[in-house]
Design a protein around this ligand. Sequence first.
Ligand SMILES: [Fe+2]
Ligand SMILES: [Fe+2]
Length: 197
Amino acid sequence: MKKNQLNELLYQALETELGGVEVYTIALRCVRNQELKQEWQEYLDQTRVHVRIMQQLMEAMGLDLDTETPGRKVVRHTGESLVGAMELALAEGEPVAAELVAAECVVLAETKDHLNWELIGEAAENASAKVAELLKTAHEQVEEEEDEHVYHTKGWTRELWIKSLGMQAALPPPEEVKDVKTAIGAERAKQARTEML
Ligand SMILES: [Fe+2]
Ligand SMILES: [Fe+2]
């Protein structure tokens, strides 16, 4: 495994988690559905813990947390853009629209977050024993929460959009009700939405 690229992944993952805190903080100002608000508050708390887990992992690997990398810069830019998109939506003064924008922004942020941790899990399978142990320990603490963040929020986004279109929505979404934690589970839940209506 290429050590430099593994370090790059970790810097991007740290930056993603830091940006995630900012994304959830403003998304919570956009959300209207009380159940989703509770979910996101929980995800915000979990994301703060993920920041600490990443920092501890990187320190244990001897990495300077403040090192800037080109990829990290791009991740930060994306996070700031998502925050900017939600600020713009709030300024437009359309609460339903702002909630949809926030849901989409959370899905985009969590898609990257989920990918990072999936790759950290893959890297743990191939790294040298000491590094593998560190990666695995961090991955085990975070993985399941990341599944929930992305799959459940995708469901919320789809159903809130459907509601905004004036169609019958399955709220809370089947992904939430069925406590989905896998991609295949998310697809099954989506297919079951008509039965739930
Ligand atoms: Fe995270
Ligand atoms: Fe996440």
